[in-house]
Design a protein around this ligand. Sequence first.
Ligand SMILES: [Zn+2]
Length: 101
Amino acid sequence: MKVNCDNCNEDFEIKAKTKMKRIEGENIEIAKFKCPECGEQYQSVLGNQKIKEMNNKVKSLIERGKDLTLTIDERDKIVKEIRGLRSKIRKEHNRIKELVG
Ligand SMILES: [Zn+2]
C-alpha cells in the first residue's frame, strides 16, 4: 500500500511493523511506519480482538450470502447483519483510535 507523507509530500510504500499495545487493559494492534524521505513517523490503529471477531463474522456472512438457494428475505437479513456489524466495527475503531491518541 502506498501512502503520501503529510510532511514532505513524498509517496512511499508502507513497510509497517505491527505490534500490540496495552492501553487501559485492552490489547490494541498498531502499525508503525516511517517516511523514508524525511523520517516522519506515523502510526495507524489496526484493531483489537473485538474488531477481529466482528471482521470474521462479516467474512462468514459474506460466504453465507453466496449461497444461491437463499430466499430474498434470507439474503436481506444477511445484508442487514453485515451493515450492522460494519457500523459497529467503525465505532469500535474510532473508540480505540481515541484511546491510542
Ligand atoms: Zn516525508
